[in-house]
Design a binder for this molecule. Sequence first.
Ligand code: PLP
Length: 249
Amino acid sequence: MTDSGALVRPDRRAELAAGLARVQARITDACAAAGRDRGEVTMIAVTKTYPASDVVALAGLGVTDVGENRDQEAAAKATQVAAAGVTPRWHFVGRLQRNKVKSVLRYADVVQSVDSVRLASALAAAATSSGRDRPLDVLVQVSIDADAARGGAVPDSADPDVGLGPVADSVAAAGGLRLAGLMAVAPLGWEPERAFARLAGIAAALRVDHPQAVALSAGMSGDLEAAIAHGATHVRVGSALLGMRPTLG
Ligand SMILES: *Cc1c(COP(=O)(O)O)cnc(C)c1O
């Protein structure tokens, strides 16, 4: 073994298996409660702060989709995971600076956090020049409470850079990108029910202009049931699966 970074300890594997079983049961129950087919919801394991070995273990347990929110950490982890012969679908879910798009394109299959026309343009330019054989899947991150300061394109705004319409149109029109849908985080202090009900309305309105944009990435460890009740197709689960993260400094 040359790559000890991806070596999976049996006790950790058992812990992850237990976490995964609990989360899968929650998703199954939430789908049943919402009258939805279980196959409509994909779980993304958000592995930020956790090592490559956890990604390898989760893949061994059947997890197909992994999320990361910082380029530097994700790039190193994706390299280690690939060296272990494992190829999950990588979702970039964090705030993305334009000077990082080239790096993110080397490992990401999906970028979920595009929230400005300028970022979409930078990503499109990098995707086109990277020589990928298929377009990059993009979700536009939307601000449910229209507070642009916390990230997310703003619904019902004609702002030419951060209005949801202009951002979605720019992704849809860009070579090298495919507009797959929306991503959102419930705003602090909002009931998840209220947040995701509003998100469902925003997503339905977007699909009038962009019928292919059917993905809805919403719901995390604390609120995945409410997100599934309101149509989430992807839930992004970190702590409920992997354990509590140390607080980042
Ligand atoms: C960390 C993170 C998650 C997972 O959060 P948990 O509460 O640990 O499940 C989901 N989405 C994004 C964008 C994140 O940064």
